[in-house]
Design a protein around this ligand. Structure first.
Ligand code: WT7
Length: 567
């Protein structure tokens, strides 16, 4: 039996107060996500229940109860306080999916800091852009990643503390670096949690747009109200579940539903700190008895490639509810999962900015393979006319996905970027930047993004950031970066490049440029293909026509290019 019961019934009587009541929160009260995920769960008598079952890449397993998690997060919070880091300071997490990552997240929130998680595969330049923009005060990292910080520290005067969580004393620490082991530090049992309120900033997630630098979407502690109830109704988490969210907390799925939502529900979570391997994933599910699973279409397509035989070699009978996010979940993948696992993947749609699931297929609701489902109860979603921003009344017409502002987990600002924040609202709606249509039964069907942002395996990468980094390569005169279709990752990065005089296209140069981006930005941003052109197509005013190049990759008719000219 699902938590949500009948969707139609739930929509009728839903209000966010249901969530507030379950969390025993009253308007004006103190609300701290760190406390809700640890102390409160312990107070409800679940202190001895496993909170985290963690498995490393060499197979070692560590289990932490809610009570142990409470103490470790208190210990981290106290450490930050002792360092005189003030509440409200942005503190970055730059670590692999090790237990310290999860517990530092909650420890930071407990001392009132703003948690800024960044993907540990980021190179020095991606890291620098985000630390500089946020004015980050401290960063948690591992010795394997500290080299990237050393490269950029000279230009980050505000970064006062580099906290290395696994320092073994072998190599000396440098300026501003300090060693801290949460397990070896003296345990703190009763940290006085900083009294954060509904509108106190909590998490800062960077996300890429078409133009300009990545933007920091700032969330507040009140987001818990949305994250708790969506984890319960959409992911269908219950007391007995063993839940696995495959996302990295460097991205919003890994925090909203890889930390906050499930733990606020007192649910046991599993984490696998290892790369993707189909057999490894199935074994993980089998070994830990995973019941609820939240993953992404790219992973599902990769599993499809490995076939059903591999599924049959494992006992996956504990699984009972599967959800997906990040990219369009093709009908084919939904049907395959139904055959292979006897369970259907439920698509969910949301964004860094929305903080929690907006549109989805609910357990107990008739799902239409290929559709994203319906708005969460309490969410008012529409498809707007591309020009007038008026909601479309007719079924099947494509427009802009938009949400009525006011849901608890809505981002409150882009860090230091009011102008871009304001540009996201039109006619009283928050504009997601995606296109969809709604059918006669109220189901949303995703069409595509409304901008040039590339979605590779569920990760957004901004063409502008890559183009800027390409220009830093000595051979590159001009570049345009677009998404190119890919059977597994949906899109991969493709770069069109015009070389400077004196440079000739060659396979060797191509590799060098690819590597340049991989190291500077990340493996995700690295072009999988480079096409050298004598010159790039431009509008009369000199703007590179990215869209023309993209259309070519997708085999789309673009017709009269003069219409594209000065957009
Ligand atoms: C963008 C948001 C919060 C989830 C992780 C990504 C795309 C997300 C779906 C879906 C089609 C989807 C959209 C959206 N997207 N879910 N179910 N079907 N597209 O968060 O990095 O902020 O990306 O991901 O384009 O705008 P994000």
């Amino acid at each position: 039996m699902s938590n949500i019961g009948s969707y139609e019934e739930r929509v009728k009587d839903f209000s966010w107060e249901i969530s507030e009541k379950e969390l025993e929160y009253k308007k004006g009260d103190v609300i701290n996500i760190g406390e809700y995920c640890t102390d409160r769960v312990c107070k409800m008598g679940k202190g001895d229940k496993p909170a985290l079952i963690w498995q490393g890449h060499s197979g070692e397993v560590k289990t932490y109860t809610f009570d142990r998690m409470r103490v470790l997060t208190d210990t981290i919070a106290q450490y930050l306080k002792d360092k005189k880091i003030n509440p409200g300071a942005p503190i970055c997490l730059f670590m692999d999916k090790i237990p310290e990552l999860y517990f530092s997240f909650l420890g930071i929130l407990k001392m009132g800091g703003i948690c800024q998680p960044l993907f540990s595969a980021f190179g020095a330049e991606s890291l620098f852009t985000r630390l500089e923009d946020a004015g980050t005060k401290a960063i948690f990292t591992q010795k394997k990643h500290v080299g990237k910080i050393r490269k950029i520290i000279a230009d980050l005067p505000h970064l006062e503390h580099i906290i290395v969580v696994d320092h073994d004393g072998r190599k000396p620490l440098r300026e501003r670096e300090c060693a801290f082991s949460m397990e070896k530090a003296e345990a703190v049992e009763d940290f006085e949690i900083y009294p954060t309120y509904a509108e106190t900033p909590s998490v800062l997630h960077y996300t890429s747009g078409t133009t300009g630098k990545p933007k920091g979407a700032l969330h507040v502690h009140y987001s818990l109200i949305s994250q708790y109830i969506t984890a319960k109704y959409v992911l269908d988490l219950t007391e007995e579940d063993i839940y696995w969210c495959t996302a990295d907390p460097g991205w919003v799925t890994g925090t909203s539903y890889g930390i906050i939502g499930p733990w606020a529900n007192g649910v046991t979570q599993c984490v696998l700190d290892a790369g993707f391997r189909a057999a490894g994933w199935y074994k993980f599910i089998e070994d830990h008895g995973v019941t609820a699973w939240y993953s992404a279409p790219t992973a599902i397509r990769s599993l499809m490639r490995e076939g059903k035989e591999l599924v049959q070699q494992h006992n996956l009978s504990t699984l009972r509810h599967l959800c997906s996010v990040g990219e369009p979940l093709n009908a084919e993948a939904v049907l395959w999962s139904t055959e292979a696992y006897g369970l259907t993947f439920h698509d969910t749609f949301w964004q860094t900015e929305t903080g929690s699931i907006m549109i989805s297929n609910y357990p107990g609701m008739k799902s239409k393979p290929g559709s994203m489902g319906k708005p969460f109860p309490g969410i008012s979603a529409a498809v707007l006319d591309l020009e007038t921003y008026e909601p479309k009344q007719e079924a099947g017409v494509v427009g802009l996905i938009a949400i009525k502002p006011g849901w608890p987990s809505m981002f409150r600002e882009y860090w230091n970027n009011e102008e871009v924040y304001n540009s996201k609202f039109k006619n009283g709606w928050y504009i997601c930047g995606d296109r969809a249509s709604i059918d006669e039964d109220g189901y949303f069907w995703f069409v595509g993004r409304d901008d040039d942002v590339i979605n590779t395996g569920g990760h957004l990468v901004g063409p502008f950031e890559i183009e800027s980094a390409l220009l830093e390569h000595e051979a590159v005169a001009e570049s345009a970066v677009v998404g190119k279709p890919d059977p597994v990752n949906m899109e991969v990065v493709k770069a069109f490049i015009a070389l400077k005089p004196g440079y000739e296209p060659s396979a060797g140069l191509e590799l060098k440029i690819m590597n340049h981006i991989r190291k500077k930005l990340s493996p995700l941003a690295m072009p999988q293909e480079i096409e050298f052109l004598d010159k790039l197509p431009k509008t009369r005013s000199g703007k590179i026509m990215r869209r023309l190049l993209r259309a070519k990759e997708w085999g789309e008719e673009i017709g009269d290019t003069s219409t594209l000219e000065d957009e």
